[in-house]
Design a protein. Structure first.
Length: 234
């Protein structure tokens, strides 16, 4: 498990393709590898990878399967590429973000960047089937960083996150340009809640469900909206 608090930025030292997988050697900042052992887990741009070899005080090897390469942005890495890294959380560790599994759900595309004073705003496009799990003020993990959704638009298919200068300093988000792909892990308890509500609706309504969906669509609503937490009145 990971906390979603990025601990450092690593750099790809070398990479090599092998039958069925790609091997990476990552170079870490001084001290990151202290106590790191073969078999340990490290979140690399949000992907949980296993240490396969240690090289000196600041480098380690990792293997990535073809399935992970296809699902994530790790296939795009080249020598010199930078990525967010976090070591697995220890028992009793403070969860400064939210619990992450390191299992990426999908890739999303950065479609807009705004830079108001002392802020950095990313607007990210998402396929409709995943937007149902994204709520304003809810958690989401982007390239291994636990972030809060500032705003989302399900009909248009996007959400935004606002980054403070410290987040930019500790991560690679400042390197990203419009068009970049990002690794997304949705918040698991939100997924379970939404799926449970939808399954309950499917069970109870059965044949009436298509008619209800059309009725909701005509008024600009959707079944996903029924799963949203009720906001308290001001």
């Amino acid at each position: 498990m990971f906390t979603g608090i990025v601990q450092a930025v690593a750099e790809v030292a070398t990479l090599a393709d092998k039958p069925g997988l790609r091997s990476f050697t990552l170079r870490f900042p001084a001290g990151f590898c202290a106590g790191l052992e073969i078999g340990a887990s490290v979140s690399c741009d949000g992907v949980c990878l296993t240490v396969t070899a240690l090289r000196g005080a600041d480098q380690a090897d990792f293997d990535v399967m073809q399935q992970s390469l296809a699902l994530t942005t790790l296939a795009e890495l080249r020598a010199g590429s930078r990525l967010n890294v976090e070591r697995a959380a220890r028992d009793g560790a403070e969860i400064g973000g939210h619990p992450l599994s390191g299992h990426i759900d999908f890739k999303a595309r950065l479609i807009e960047i705004r830079r108001p004073e002392n802020n950095h705003v990313l607007r990210i496009a998402v396929e409709p089937r995943w937007m149902r799990y994204i709520f304003g003020k809810g958690y989401i993990a982007i390239n291994g960083a636990s972030l809060t959704v500032a705003e989302c638009d399900r009909r248009a298919g996007w959400f935004e996150v606002w980054l403070i200068p410290e987040t930019l300093r500790m991560t690679t988000f400042g390197d990203k340009a419009v068009g970049a792909e990002l690794n997304i892990e949705i918040e698991r308890s939100t997924q379970v809640f939404v799926d449970t509500v939808r399954e309950a609706i499917d069970e109870r309504l059965g044949p009436l469900l298509p008619a209800l969906e059309r009725l909701l669509a005509a008024s600009g609503q959707s079944l996903d909206a029924l799963a949203e937490p009720i906001k308290p009145r001001a």
